[in-house]
Design a protein around this ligand. Structure first.
Ligand code: ADP
Ligand code: MG
Length: 149
């Protein structure tokens, strides 16, 4: 469990995780509207050395950015439980990093190895819970919790 007091701390946490990510990694972000999923993704983008401004993909479903690795930033809220309405094979487990807001809506269908990060509001701060799935998910938790960077 991790805690961030404010937006800046949440982005710092995202940045640190972004620095650990490798090609093919998938992060599922779970949390209510306004929990901080997009804010956290901005931090991840910093960790991936992305210079472009991260905009919420709520209406476009996916946005792509160039950095140390490509970032595929998805918000699947609008496709609900019908993942067939978008071709996820184009990015999942490919040459980039995939971050999926509301990604729990796809669980049990397309995803097998990923790190799910649950973001919850606690007063003005945010509580983060890591829920890994598969070998790479567990490896990432190990690096996040015991890594040196
Ligand atoms: P989501 O993508 O989950 O809907 P956003 O990242 O778009 O959430 O929005 C989070 C909102 O909450 C922002 O307006 C941000 O300023 C605000 N906020 C307030 N406190 C915090 C905090 N401690 N951590 C992150 N965001 C915070
Ligand atoms: Mg968002």
């Amino acid at each position: 469990m991790m805690y961030s007091q404010n937006e800046e701390e949440l982005m710092e946490l995202g940045k640190r995780i972004g620095q650990l990510l490798q090609a093919g990694d998938v992060l599922v972000l779970t949390g209510d509207l306004g929990a901080g999923k997009t804010t956290f993704t901005k931090g991840i983008a910093q960790g991936l050395e992305i210079k472009q401004m991260i905009k919420s993909p709520t209406y476009t479903i996916v946005r792509e950015y160039e950095g140390r690795l490509p970032l595929y930033h998805l918000d699947v809220y609008r496709i609900g439980d019908d993942p067939d309405s978008i071709d996820l094979d184009d990015f999942l487990y490919g040459d980039g990093v995939t971050v999926i807001e509301w990604g729990e809506l796809l669980e049990g269908t397309l995803l097998d190895e990923y790190l799910r990060i649950i973001i919850e509001k606690v007063d003005d701060g945010r509580k983060l819970t890591l829920a890994p799935q598969g070998k790479r998910g567990h490896e990432l938790v190990e690096e996040i919790e015991h890594g040196t960077n």
